[in-house]
Design a protein around this ligand. Structure first.
Ligand SMILES: C[S@@+](CC[C@H](N)C(=O)[O-])C[C@H]1O[C@@H](n2cnc3c(N)ncnc32)[C@H](O)[C@@H]1O
Length: 238
């Protein structure tokens, strides 16, 4: 049985207002930078036309952080996954305005993208910044970072690749720390929370939060180098 098949979604699709600019850039750019969801493995070297370090971002929101990172690191290739059309339109606009050639977009549930489109050992890094906290206890089951997804992410990372999460919800940070620590193939790069890596820009909301004393916690784990994920073959997700 595939446990992710009927998985609980980590998002609720709301219509949301799509501005004229977002719609225009969406229509203009998605043919060029969008990768349609399909249940068949992607060939990233062919997609980007080169073999470069490759980073996945799940839930890029309006894409400001994604665009800043892609612009600052032209030597890397970035794949952003997001479900909301206004955010996808917004990142399309940033890609067009900044002429970014190293950013692609998949508009689909990241769980299905990882499961169906991404071969094992594909990524050098995964970014998950401010995932929806689902604060009510009865909604915690919707949180993205759960053991089955983390096992899937670890499989899609190259040995030595990293997972970087950031959240301002203390109780979600604690859960993420537990779940990442419990994944046998991952190692924490810090004792618990990590210093914010320089490539992650401070968001506006984070600057305000810091002034109000809300902590933002970064978690950076690496897939153990060269470790064979022997148990995976019999794992229900694979
Ligand atoms: C709280 S927002 C954070 C956005 C952005 N990372 C930031 O820091 O501003 C979380 C985003 O994750 C997206 N998301 C949640 N679950 C997702 C999934 N399974 N696949 C793709 N996107 C998802 C939501 O649509 C939302 O835009």
């Amino acid at each position: 049985m595939n446990r992710m098949a009927g998985h609980i979604r980590s998002f609720v699709l709301r219509q949301g207002r799509v501005s004229k600019a977002q719609r225009r850039y969406y229509d203009e750019m998605m043919d060029k930078v969008g990768i349609p969801y399909a249940p068949s493995p992607l060939d990233f070297d062919a997609l980007f036309g080169r073999a470069a370090p490759r980073i996945l971002e799940i839930g890029f929101g309006m894409g400001e952080t994604s665009a800043a990172i892609a612009e600052a690191s032209p030597q890397n290739d970035y794949i952003g996954v997001e479900v909301h059309t206004p955010g996808v339109g917004s990142l399309c606009k940033l890609i067009a305005e900044r002429g970014l050639s190293n950013q692609r977009i998949i508009q689909h549930d990241a769980v299905e993208v990882l499961r169906d489109m991404i071969p094992s050992e594909s990524f050098d890094g995964v970014h998950i910044f401010f995932p929806d906290p689902w604060p009510k206890a009865r909604h915690h089951k919707r949180r993205l970072l759960q053991p089955p997804l983390v096992a899937l992410l670890a499989d899609r990372l190259k040995p030595g690749g990293y997972i970087h999460c950031a959240t301002d919800w203390e109780n979600y940070a604690e859960q993420i720390l537990l779940v990442l620590s419990a994944e046998p193939s991952l190692r924490n790069t810090a004792d618990a929370y990590a210093p914010r890596p320089a490539y992650r820009p401070l968001t506006k909301f984070e600057q305000r939060g810091l002034r109000l004393g809300h902590g933002v916690r970064d978690l950076v784990f690496r897939r153990a180098d060269g470790e064979l994920l022997g148990a995976r073959a019999s794992h229900p997700l694979f």
